[in-house]
Design a protein around this ligand. Structure first.
Ligand code: 13P
Length: 252
């Protein structure tokens, strides 16, 4: 059985003061919800403050990105050991990183191998653009992203990986994928690609999330799908009641 997993990706939102205020209030609601792995991913600048607030709770902390090198002359980058000081999780290959910051399956893969080395639980994002969706290339794109981004991983580490299927056309648009469509992509494209990499048994053990305009109103529909194990939430993860309701829906 795969434990449900819900992560909030704050993206580039909240100052440290705002993050403290949000987490202080949010953690009171979240800590009471059992049976789901819950993770907050604020910007780098707020990791120190948020980790102090989450100490002693069952709420995990994640970074939204990292570089793959351990240290050195890489101005503006943040290393895996720096992330590891505060976080157990790291989001890798988000479509916004791929679209605006030149990340590719190859760079995402280097980061994933580095997460393995530094014992971080990666949340690896895949998903087709609107153009690819409309030209019926979802299978080709998502299969390629999955097998290339996750290649050369130690099979013993593979069950730790969390994959997030985030169709780019559904992110921040309010046009969420139907739950049936999202489940079909996970079942027919992502899990078979995982099975090819790691074997059928491990492919069944890996958690796969849906992301893209998830709200308190539609979350339960995704979580009732057999192949969807949780959600990677953007906008709604900045709203206390909304995010708590999504986490609660996953715990059932
Ligand atoms: P929204 O929930 O705002 O659509 O964002 C989804 C996302 O990109 C999470 O990583």
């Amino acid at each position: 059985m795969r434990t449900p997993f819900v992560a909030g990706n704050w993206k580039m939102n909240k100052t440290v003061a705002e993050a403290r205020d949000l987490v202080f209030k949010m953690s009171m609601q979240l800590r009471e919800i059992a049976g789901v792995e819950k993770v907050l991913c604020p910007p780098f600048t707020s990791l120190v403050a948020v980790s102090a607030l989450l100490e002693g709770t069952d709420i995990g902390l994640g970074a939204q990105n990292m570089y793959w090198e351990e240290k050195g002359a890489f101005t503006g980058e943040v290393s895996p050991p720096m992330v590891k000081e505060f976080c157990r999780y790291v989001i890798l290959g988000h479509s916004e990183r791929r679209a605006y910051f030149g990340e590719t399956d190859q760079t995402v893969n280097r980061k994933l191998i580095s997460a393995q080395t530094f014992d971080l639980t990666p949340i690896v994002c895949v998903g087709e653009t609107l153009d690819e969706y409309e030209s019926s290339r979802t299978r080709e794109v998502v299969a390629r992203q999955t097998s290339q981004s996750l290649r050369d991983v130690d099979p013993a580490f593979a069950p730790r990986i969390v994959v997030a299927y985030e169709p780019v056309w559904a992110i921040g648009t309010g046009k969420a994928s139907t739950a049936d469509n999202a489940n079909a992509v996970v079942k027919d494209i992502i899990r078979p690609a995982l099975a090819e990499l790691f074997g059928a048994e491990t492919a069944q053990a890996i958690r796969v999330l849906y992301g893209g305009s998830v709200t308190a109103a539609n979350a339960a529909e995704y979580f009732s799908q057999p192949d969807i194990d949780g959600a990677l939430v953007g906008g709604a993860s900045l709203k206390i009641d909304e995010f708590a309701a999504i986490v609660k829906a996953a715990s059932k």
